[in-house]
Design a protein around this ligand. Structure first.
Ligand code: NAD
Ligand code: UDP
Length: 311
């Protein structure tokens, strides 16, 4: 049994990760300030004696004797990370420093949930890990993008200077059950709008692309990365099947048999035009590739939201 700390464990991805780590017999401490996460996401785990829940903000140090740390604490949806951009930056940077400091003291392995946003509005397509990115340092997405870039820098500096055993994973758009209905990200927005018969809000003409990964595939990649020796990343984890946002909207309408209509909103500034992970490195080093198609993942997510938004 390993003792594992998951920061941001009450969030969408974090709750699935806690579940997976507990199912493997580990002792899990979930730390969260509930900014975008919720106790509801991990309520079903509270009776498990190997699970501990701690209300804590990662901008302050936290201490526990652990073997591994997964650092996920950070709002991931644009409206939420832009709500208080200074706080978002603090969460990324102080959160990384505090968890890295802990990893150094207790000699724990530590994994950073980084993001495809480190590539910004990418000029290289699909995105490979060796690409340094095209990020606006002063725009409305910068608090998130630059915060995550600094966090990666801190991870590599703690590794070089203090021999901390790091893993850095660049997550591409991930979706699935337990996204919050008001989360603001495109998959949950479109599904909730379609199920309610509301207009589907397309930003711009919907020709921008994203590549959507189902959460179970992502968790498998995350755990493999933590458990693989002699490979620290950074590594892209995402589903390389690329769709325009308009295609996503049409798929959601068709899978929900919805009467919803598409409406157009202005495209937010700095919205990346295209995004698709090159996952050759993940396959080579982790033997990982996603298994769940967008259609299958959307069906599972739609089933979840049908129950979730009724109650
Ligand atoms: P989420 O918003 O559901 O989860 C983030 C969790 O962190 C929430 O539970 C939130 O309450 C918590 N949190 C935020 N600030 C905190 C703080 N200061 N102290 C303690 N807890 C705090 O988002 P998610 O989609 O589950 O994302 C998890 C991680 O994965 C994030 O670091 C995100 O940047 C990264 N990521 C996610 C995606 C994606 O598509 N879902 C893509 C790239 C990267
Ligand atoms: N988007 C959209 N309608 C929405 C929410 C998002 O058209 O209701 C677009 C958004 O402008 C972006 C894409 O969908 O081009 C993905 O947005 P999301 O917030 O999910 O993630 P990110 O931009 O961080 O990849």
């Amino acid at each position: 049994m390993k003792r594992i700390l998951v920061t941001g464990g009450a969030g969408f991805i974090g709750s699935h990760l806690c579940e997976r780590l507990l199912s493997e017999g580990n002792d899990v401490i979930c730390v969260d300030n509930y900014f975008t996460g919720s106790k509801d996401n991990i309520r079903h785990l509270l009776n498990n004696h190997n699970f501990e829940l701690v209300r804590h903000d990662v901008t302050s140090p936290y201490s526990a004797e652990v073997d591994e740390i997964y650092n996920l604490a950070c709002p991931a949806s644009p409206p939420y990370y832009q709500y208080n951009p200074i706080k978002t930056m603090k969460t990324s940077i102080y959160g990384a420093m505090n968890t890295l400091g802990l990893a150094k003291r207790v000699k724990a392995k530590i994994l950073q949930a980084s993001t495809s946003e480190v590539y910004g509005d990418p000029a290289v397509h699909p995105q490979v890990e060796s690409y340094w990115g095209n990020v606006n340092p002063i725009g409305i997405r910068s608090c998130y993008d630059e915060g995550k870039r600094v966090a990666e820098t801190l991870f590599f500096d703690y590794h070089r200077m203090n021999k901390v055993d790091i893993r850095v994973m660049r997550i591409f758009n991930t979706y699935g059950p337990r996204m919050h209905p008001n989360d603001g990200r495109v998959v949950s927005n479109f599904i909730v709008q379609a199920l309610r018969g509301d207009n589907i809000t397309l930003d711009g003409d919907g020709s921008q692309t994203r590549s959507f990964c189902y959460v179970d595939d992502l968790i498998e990649g995350m755990v493999r990365l933590m458990n693989t020796e002699n490979f620290i990343g950074p590594v892209n984890i995402g589903n390389p099947s690329e769709f325009t946002i308009k295609q996503l909207a049409e798929k959601v309408i068709s899978l929900t048999n919805s009467m919803s209509k598409l409406i157009t909103n202005p495209l937010p500034s700095d919205d990346p035009r295209q995004r698709q992970p090159d996952i050759s490195l993940a396959f080579e080093k982790l033997g990982w590739k996603p298994k769940i198609s967008l259609d299958e993942g959307l069906k599972r997510t739609i089933d979840y939201f049908k129950k979730d938004i009724e109650c």
